[in-house]
Unconditional design. Structure first.
Length: 496
C-alpha cells in the first residue's frame, strides 16, 4: 500500500498532489476531561428572562440577565468573584427556572422600637449581604427609622430581598418565589451600643413551591456537564429525586457522561444536617456540602465550595479536595463547628464536611449521599473517585470513538493482512493497555500491571462486526487519613 494516495495510483501524467487530513497524534499522552459547571436556579421574580440555558463569564452579566440578588446572581458572585479567584476557564452554563405556578415568596419583617437617645449608624444583613449604612438621629420617630432602613436595604442591589416601608415596621420579601429562601438569616448590626433602638426580626419564612428542576435537566442533552450547583435546598426531595434519576441515566453505557450535583446545608447540629443524606442510601449523584452555623444562603455555601472543587478536578483530577479554602463563606461560631466524631458520622451518612481554620472555611470530605447499608467502603462515596472515573471513561471514548476504530475491518488475532486499517481483538487489548498506562501515570489508576494482565477481548460469537473488551481498572486512593504513632521517652545520662 502506498504511503500517500494524494495522486491516484493509476495516474501517469506529471502532477504534484498534496492532501491533508487530521491525524490523532496524542499517542500516550493523557487528555484530561475538561470540567463544566451547570447552575440550576431561579432569577428574580421581577425580571423577565428566557428559560433557555446560557453561558456566562461574569456575575454582572448574570445579574443583568436574571436580576440582582437572585439565586443565579448570588451563585455567580461565588463562581466569578471580583478578585478573580473563581472557576477560571471552566465553562459555566446557567439553567434558569421560572417561578412555579401558585408559588409564594418567603417573607419577614424588621420592627424598630425604643427611644433613640443618640445618633447611630446601622446596617441590615440578609444572608450576609450587607445594606448600605443608615443613620438614625436622636429622637427619630419609628416611621423615620423605617423609612431610612427601607431605603438602605433597597439601595444594595445584591440584596436577596426587597424591603417595603410599612410605617411601623419594614417588611422584607425574597426576590424569588419558593421554599429555597426560607430560613435565609436576617439581622441588624451597629457599631454603637448606646443608640437606643432595638430591632425585632421575623426571619424569612412562608415561601411555598419550588420550580421543577426537570425543565433544566431536559436541556442538558449530549453536553457533558460534570458538576451541577443545585440552588434548591436539601429539603426539596422532589428536586433531589429528579437529579438522582437523571444522574443515573448519565452512567448508561451509551451515554457514559456521569455527573455530580451539589446542594448545601448550614445547620449547626451534625445530627440534623445528616437527616436528608442519611435517608438517600443509593443516591450517587447528589452531594450535600455544609457550613455549620453559617448565615450565608445555602446555595452560596454550595457555589463557593464547588468553585474550589471544580478547579481542582479540572487541573488535577486525581487529587482530593481536603483543606481547599472556601474563603467566600462566612463560617458559624467556633462552638458550632463539628468535632472529628461528628465529621466521621457525617461522612458515613453521606454528608460532606468542612473545618474552620483561622476563621476560614476549608473543605473536608466531599462525598455523595451513596452509602448502602452494610457497605463499609461504598464504591461511589467520594466525589474525587467519580471524577477519576469520568476521566477514565473520557479517555477510553477518545480511543474507541475515533475514526481509526469506527468501521475498521475486524479480523481474528494472527490472521495476516495487507489492510493497514484492519483491527483485531489483540489491537483492542493493546489500546486498552495503553490507556491504562496513561491513566496510571496521572495517578488516576493503581497497579496497571495487574490490570493489563487481565484485559481480554474477543470477536462476538454471534456478531462478526462486534468486539467485546473487558478492562478491570483499579481506581487510586487518596491520603485522607494519616495514622502516625510517635514514641517518646526521657533523656537519661549514659552510664560510664
Amino acid at each position: 500500500m502506498s504511503i500517500s494516495t494524494a495522486v491516484d495510483a493509476s495516474s501517469v501524467a506529471r502532477a504534484v498532489g498534496i492532501s491533508s487530513q487530521f491525524s490523532n497524534s496524542r499517542g500516550s499522552r493523557f487528555t484530561a476531561l475538561a470540567q463544566r459547571l451547570a447552575v440550576v436556579g431561579q432569577g428574580a421574580s421581577a425580571s423577565t428572562y428566557s428559560a433557555v440555558k446560557a453561558q456566562f463569564t461574569s456575575a454582572l452579566a448574570v445579574a443583568a440577565a436574571y436580576g440582582f440578588g437572585s439565586p443565579l446572581h448570588l451563585v455567580a458572585m461565588q463562581l466569578f468573584p471580583a478578585n478573580g479567584d473563581g472557576v477560571g476557564r471552566i465553562p459555566v452554563t446557567l439553567y434558569p427556572l421560572a417561578d412555579a405556578a401558585s408559588s409564594v415568596a418567603a417573607s419577614g419583617s424588621i420592627t424598630p422600637s425604643g427611644t433613640q437617645t443618640a445618633p447611630a449608624s446601622y446596617v441590615v444583613r440578609v444572608g450576609n449581604v450587607t445594606s448600605i449604612p443608615f443613620t438614625i438621629a436622636a429622637g427619630a420617630t419609628v416611621a423615620a427609622r423605617c423609612a431610612s432602613m427601607t431605603a438602605a436595604i433597597n439601595a444594595q442591589l445584591n440584596m436577596p430581598v426587597v424591603a417595603t416601608d410599612a410605617t411601623t415596621r419594614v417588611d422584607i420579601a425574597a426576590k424569588w418565589k419558593g421554599t429555597s429562601a426560607n430560613g435565609i438569616f436576617t439581622e441588624v448590626a451597629s457599631s454603637s451600643t448606646t443608640g437606643g433602638t432595638s430591632f425585632a426580626v421575623t426571619q424569612l419564612a412562608g415561601g411555598l413551591i419550588n420550580p421543577s428542576v426537570q425543565t433544566a435537566l431536559d436541556q442538558v442533552g449530549s453536553t457533558w456537564e460534570t458538576m451541577i450547583v443545585n440552588c434548591m435546598e436539601p429539603g426539596d426531595a422532589t428536586a433531589l429525586d429528579a437529579i438522582s434519576v437523571f444522574g443515573e441515566s448519565r452512567w448508561g453505557a451509551l451515554v457514559r457522561k456521569p455527573l455530580v450535583s451539589f446542594t448545601a446545608d448550614t445547620q449547626a447540629a451534625a445530627s440534623s444536617a445528616i437527616t436528608i443524606p442519611g435517608a438517600r442510601t443509593s443516591d450517587r449523584t447528589n452531594v450535600q456540602l455544609v457550613a455549620p452555623g453559617s448565615r450565608d444562603p445555602r446555595f452560596v455555601v454550595a457555589a463557593r465550595q464547588v468553585a474550589r472543587i471544580a478547579a481542582m478536578a479540572d487541573s488535577n483530577p486525581a487529587h482530593d479536595y481536603g483543606s481547599l479554602p472556601a474563603d467566600g463563606i462566612t463560617p458559624g461560631t467556633d462552638a458550632q463547628q463539628w468535632l472529628y466524631t461528628d465529621r466521621d458520622v457525617a461522612v458515613k451518612a453521606g454528608c460532606s464536611t468542612i473545618e474552620v481554620k483561622d476563621r476560614v472555611v476549608t473543605i473536608g470530605d466531599v462525598v455523595t449521599m451513596y452509602h448502602p447499608a452494610g457497605d463499609e467502603l461504598p464504591a461511589y462515596r467520594y466525589v474525587v473517585d467519580i471524577v477519576k472515573l469520568q476521566n477514565a471513561l473520557y479517555n477510553f471514548a477518545l480511543e474507541f470513538e475515533s475514526a481509526e476504530w469506527n468501521g475498521a475491518p475486524l479480523l481474528p488475532d494472527g490472521q495476516p493482512t495487507l489492510n493497514a486499517t484492519a483491527k483485531t481483538p489483540g489491537a483492542a487489548v493493546a489500546a486498552a493497555a495503553a490507556i491504562t498506562d496513561i491513566l496510571a501515570a496521572q495517578a488516576i489508576l493503581s497497579d496497571p500491571k495487574a490490570t493489563k494482565a487481565l484485559i481480554v477481548a474477543e470477536i462476538d460469537a454471534s456478531n462478526p462486526k462486534r468486539v467485546n473488551l473487558r478492562t478491570p481498572l483499579k481506581v487510586s486512593g487518596n491520603t485522607n487519613i494519616i495514622s502516625t504513632s510517635v514514641e517518646w521517652s526521657f533523656n537519661f545520662a549514659s552510664s560510664v
